[in-house]
Design a protein around this ligand. Structure first.
Ligand code: ATP
Length: 489
């Protein structure tokens, strides 16, 4: 899929009520987006897919919904106040700001496209090393050596590279003198860590066990790109899995495989995914891998799996002065109880918006349909039926002769279990196309025959096949095709 198709996906998302720029009437707000009437349904369904796979399908994983605001010390303990920053650089002519590492990555991509693979590999190695050493001077040197120009001004008039903290800060308390600096959380994980003992004790959880959470996170990204790929307000779905120290390798491999299998169940094809091991490890990790998705603009991170050691719990214990330990009564191979320890953690962390974008890109199709005079292109979203915003569209062929009444009866029966779309305007062909564009897997059409023999036409989105079925059969057909079991079993 090319950049050109990506443009189509982005405009489709807007035109069909999936994603709108935030505050659009004021010309938008950088890297902030709103989900429209269809987008919110798809997003809810994707979130549910994750939640069910994590919480419902695992006896030893439970959920949590922690607040966005947390005690400021949280971010000291987690390392975000001191270390959560990106290297930025400004072009003095265009006054545009960039992430220094992004500029170099783009250059690597250009070298690759031009067949200069040795140059690309050399630059990649130098970039990895500079990031590993946190060497800002070296990043600037690489930008100069490789003659990188500002895409806006076309000049090489750069500032030095500086660190830029990505956390948004605000003040809590009504009175200025009471004001205390608080941060909008840059990740949901810390809400899980600070509640680790609350959940473990009240849920009587035994190691290994997990806590899952979905929710908003905020990062003041230096440069936001590629639509909802990099936003300043986004949603994460994270699960922290608490384990015995020294078992992290096996659990890391377990969750790597489990998460890849979860993605592949969506049916977009395994070639769309790949693992990418981290060379530069975050301050908290002893191993980390990304699951990358083949977006129209190339393979990019969709999910991270991190072996976080006991870094977070240990630091919270130290800074809070509260013991964050687990008593493990089970016996080791020498017959000795494991006793008290700070658990190690494997984290799986996926951005819901990046999953949403991957789902839109993978399911967006333009197909040639019909022949001769009737030749046409249809746009269809081949979404897994259970994820579609609407499961079924109820379409009376005409707005009269008692057809809407029958249609309403059918809708009344189905809507308790399925999100239904009702429409009686326009030619039926046009209505089918609109549902294809929303990804609605089934259309039920009510015509005059329906009045005579209680039958309707069911139309299948992917094949466009139409079948005559009894009204009494509708539920059976829908139940067979629309079930979480297809994704979860
Ligand atoms: P990147 O390298 O792309 O900035 P990251 O490695 O900082 O991402 P993590 O901190 O591991 O990301 O966050 C976990 C997940 O949260 C990512 O895999 C991604 O799906 C999502 N995510 C992170 N930052 C953003 C963002 N600005 N907009 C949308 N999703 C994001």
């Amino acid at each position: 899929m090319s950049e050109e198709v990506f443009k189509k996906v982005v405009s489709h998302a807007k035109e069909y009520g999936f994603v709108f720029p935030s505050s659009e009437i004021y010309d938008g707000l950088g890297a902030v987006y709103d989900y429209g009437q269809n987008g919110v349904e798809l997003k809810n369904n994707l979130r549910q897919y994750w939640w069910k796979a994590m919480v419902q399908m695992h006896e030893n994983i439970v959920g949590l919904d922690a607040a966005i605001f947390m005690h400021p010390k949280t971010w000291k303990a987690s390392g975000h106040i001191d270390g959560f920053s990106d290297p930025m650089i400004d072009n003095k002519d265009s006054k545009k700001r960039y992430r220094a590492d992004n500029l170099l990555e783009d250059k690597i991509t250009r070298y690759q496209k031009d067949g200069k693979t040795i140059k690309a590999d050399e630059l990649q190695a130098a970039l990895d090393q500079a990031l590993l050493d946190n060497n800002l001077v070296q990043l600037k040197a690489l930008i100069e050596q490789h003659e990188i120009v500002c895409p806006i001004s076309g000049t090489r008039n750069w500032t030095d590279v500086r660190q830029f903290n990505l956390m948004f800060a605000t003040e809590m308390g009504a009175m200025a003198e009471d004001a205390d600096k608080v941060y909008l959380r840059p990740e949901t994980a810390q809400g899980i860590f600070v509640n680790f003992l609350n959940v473990q004790k009240t849920g009587r959880m035994k190691i290994p066990f997990g806590i899952a959470q979905t929710g908003k996170a905020f990062r003041n990204e230096i440069i936001a790109r590629q639509f909802i790929m990099r936003m300043r307000e986004f949603e994460q779905m994270e699960m922290q899995f608490f384990i015995r120290p020294s078992t992290q390798k096996e659990w890391y491999e377990h969750w790597k495989a489990a998460r890849m299998a979860w993605h592949e169940k969506l049916g977009f094809g395994s070639a769309k995914y790949r693992f990418h091991d981290h060379v530069k490890l975050a301050h908290y990790a002893d191993a980390a891998v990304d699951i990358e998705f083949d977006y129209p603009f190339g393979f990019k991170e969709m999910e991270g799996i991190h072996s976080r050691t006991d870094f977070d719990l240990k630091n919270h214990q130290e800074l809070s002065g509260k013991k964050l330990q687990y008593f493990d009564a089970e016996l080791d191979e020498n017959g000795k109880a494991y006793g008290n320890y700070i658990p190690y953690v494997i984290e799986t962390s996926i951005g819901l918006d990046r999953l949403f974008l991957a789902t839109l890109c993978a399911s967006f199709k333009e197909e040639e349909v019909g022949e001769g005079e009737k030749k046409d292109t249809r746009v269809v979203l081949n979404l897994p039926p259970i994820l579609a915003p609407y499961k079924v569209a109820i379409l009376p062929l005409l707005k009269k002769d008692g057809l809407p009444e029958v249609a309403r009866e059918i809708m009344k029966d189905l809507k308790t279990d399925y999100n239904c779309f009702y429409e009686e305007k326009d030619a039926i062909g046009k209505r089918y196309r609109r549902q294809d564009a929303l990804g609605t897997p089934f259309c039920i059409t009510i015509d005059h025959e329906s009045l005579e023999n209680k039958t309707v036409t069911i139309r299948y989105r992917d094949t466009m096949v139409q079948e005559r079925i009894g009204i009494s059969q509708i539920r059976e057909i829908l139940a067979k095709e629309i079930s979480w079991g297809k994704l979860l079993s």
